[in-house]
Design a binder for this molecule. Structure first.
Ligand code: C2E
Ligand code: CA
Ligand code: CA
Length: 244
């Protein structure tokens, strides 16, 4: 897989789509999340869930992650009203080159640091808290925002929240999908209350129905994202949506 991904990068088989997220108070598109796609010649439907894991195992996640960062920063310069969120694997975060590479990607594109958010996936986390904390602290001192992604799906969520510096948490779509049931609704309410008490912004992802939207807004989520609003789309479509 390592050489297949390396070749794919060289041949231009990877691209980035963007999924908008919206302020829950109805003030419109607040930002977009970059989501990687591989136009693989023989496996067109392979999703990032599948190949990101292979890229992490083989070590090429760093190159792949750099590609996404550069693309996303370059595209986002055209959308000055939006934040741009990029998914980051814990392995990237622990790489000593990471902070400098993020800084360079934003500077080369001309993107203000304040508009960049990095979403760190909780589940693959983090064997070395000290290194992670140092990297996150450096990134935040530049003005870059840090989100804890897929909140609630890992094993040590509360430890992460206590020990690492975040600006935002994203409630995983598995909880959002269940808010018509008592248990998931209670979990979402509790997570929002916890997040707000700690001063975080809260995004609910995977919002598919009007009922979910109403519930999540009433709970106090700051941002909503999901197919109800938009699927991930090409950068050109984001430009059109902003112009409309
Ligand atoms: P994620 O960060 O939790 O991203 C959300 C995933 O849910 C995306 O899948 C998105 O297309 C999908 N989604 C969004 N709204 C809805 C909805 O309303 N309903 C449903 N059923 N699904 C929705 P995608 O693009 O296949 O990405 C899967 C995962 O792969 C991402 O989960 C993220 O963890 C990872 N990933 C994607 N791009 C990158 C990347 O550039 N770097 C890294 N490290 N990971 C990435
Ligand atoms: Ca994400
Ligand atoms: Ca998720």
């Amino acid at each position: 897989m390592h050489s297949e991904i390396a070749n794919g990068l060289q041949r231009g088989e990877f691209c980035v789509l963007y999924q908008p997220f919206f302020a829950s108070n109805g003030t419109g598109m607040a930002g977009v999340e970059a989501l990687l796609r591989w136009n693989h010649p023989s496996r067109p439907r392979m999703g990032p869930d599948e190949f990101i894991i292979a890229a992490e195992r083989s070590g090429i996640i760093f190159d792949l992650g750099q590609f996404v960062l550069r693309e996303a920063c370059r595209d986002a310069v055209q959308w000055p009203s939006l934040s741009i969120a990029v998914n980051v694997s814990a392995l990237q975060l622990l790489d000593p080159r990471f902070v400098d590479c993020v800084q360079t990607a934003a500077q080369e594109a001309g993107l203000p640091f304040e508009r960049l958010e990095l979403e760190i996936v909780e589940s693959s986390f983090i064997k070395d808290f000290a290194i992670a904390e140092q990297a996150l602290t450096r990134l935040r001192s530049l003005g870059i925002k840090i989100a804890l992604d897929d909140f609630g799906t890992g094993y040590s969520s509360l430890t992460y929240l206590r020990r690492l510096p975040f600006d935002k948490i994203k409630i995983d779509r598995s909880f959002v999908a269940g808010v018509d049931m008592v248990q998931s609704a209670a979990i979402v309410q509790a997570v929002v209350a916890l997040g707000r008490a700690l001063g975080f912004k809260i995004t609910a992802e995977g919002v598919e129905t009007e009922e979910q939207r109403r519930f999540l807004r009433a709970c106090g989520c700051h941002y909503l994202q999901g197919y109800l609003f938009s699927k991930p789309v090409a950068g050109a479509i984001i430009g059109e949506k902003l112009a409309a």
